[in-house]
Design a binder for this molecule. Structure first.
Ligand SMILES: [Mg+2]
Length: 330
């Protein structure tokens, strides 16, 4: 059987992360098989594809680990204990040591069937344990249990990263994406930008119309901003009435155009809610990676914030772009 580990589809994973209101687990039905025995691989492959799974097969520990490192890693892995280069149990150990990755549910498959073996595998971070020769029905129900765990974990994670009011990513969620995109920019040298938006005089909206209408205005603002972004951009509620957009592949000029569209989308049409027409605007600060002296998220957002402040102090309802930090230095 050929090694079916597919090529790099980093873009695919990033997009699914950005659209993270949809479940990562729900969209995945891929399983990694890592086993050096052709017979076991063939049997597993037949059973799993028969159950509708997409299967990635690797024949040694190095290939398996490489596959699990990819951005589009299968979220469930059936790992042979004894195989060349890296054992299944060592792969479990490595998986649990790398916290930043999506959680991979690992089932150890092995001819070892003594209780101390099971304990060793589970202590190394395996989620489950299946002895060879395995029973097809047992495999099926254990996989079902694995997907249940992954789905629950994904649901909790999704909740933890989203804002209840607007349904956008929350501060933690959008910062996660910003961090990942900045790291990618540093690695690949591609541009990226952030847009920080702050609703003008929002306190007045709350004071004059009440908090329910204030909430409705924030919701409408979130929707209008979202509508101006591409699928692979990300938008989060950064603070009370502050929003942060992360724009991969955009330089400052392009990002400023996007911000200008967001600005117009909010201020050109009144927000109508509960019979009230409310004119709302926002000010925007744009910063691209080149604007930050150090290529870090904090620096990038600080640069956007500084630009935003300039927008506020020069009349609001406008877009300001951060100066290029790399060139600003003598
Ligand atoms: Mg083996």
């Amino acid at each position: 059987m050929e090694d079916q580990a597919s090529g790099n589809s980093e873009q695919h994973f990033d997009q699914s992360q950005h659209l993270s209101s949809a479940s990562l687990v729900q969209r995945q039905n891929r399983i990694l098989i890592a086993d050096d025995e052709s017979v076991t691989c063939r049997k597993l492959h037949g059973l799993l594809t028969g159950q509708g799974y997409e299967v990635v097969v690797t024949r040694n520990g190095t290939d398996a680990w490489e596959c699990l490192q990819r951005d589009d890693t299968p979220l469930l892995a059936i790992l042979d204990w004894m195989m060349p280069s890296i054992s299944g149990v060592d792969i479990c150990r490595r998986l649990r040591a790398s916290k930043a990755r999506p959680y991979v549910y690992a089932i150890i498959l092995t001819a070892k069937d003594e209780r101390p073996d099971l304990i060793k595998a589970m202590e190394a971070g395996a989620d489950d344990y299946l002895s060879k020769p395995f029973d097809a029905d047992e495999l099926r129900v254990r996989l079902a249990a694995g997907w249940r765990v992954l789905a629950l974990q994904d649901e909790l994670r999704t909740k933890a990263l989203h804002d209840d009011l607007t349904g956008l990513l929350n501060r933690g969620g959008i910062l996660d994406i910003a961090r990942r995109e900045v790291a990618k920019t540093v690695r690949l040298g591609a541009p990226m930008a952030v847009v920080l938006a702050d609703v003008d005089h929002f306190k007045d909206v709350n004071d004059v119309h009440g908090h329910d209408i204030g909430d409705a205005v924030l919701n409408e603002t979130a929707q209008r901003f979202s509508a101006q972004l591409r699928d692979y951009d990300a938008l989060g509620r950064y603070g009370g009435e502050e929003f942060l957009a992360v724009l991969p592949g955009c330089d400052a000029t392009t990002a400023a155009r996007v911000a200008e569209r967001m600005r117009a989308a909010l201020s050109d049409t009144v927000v109508t809610t509960r019979g009230q027409n409310i004119r709302v605007s926002a000010s925007f600060g744009v910063a691209a990676v080149a604007s930050a002296l150090e290529p870090g998220v904090a620096e990038l957002i600080a640069a956007a914030d500084k630009a935003l402040y300039r927008g506020k102090s020069s009349g609001r309802n406008r877009v300001e772009v951060a100066a290029d930090g790399t060139r600003a230095q003598p």
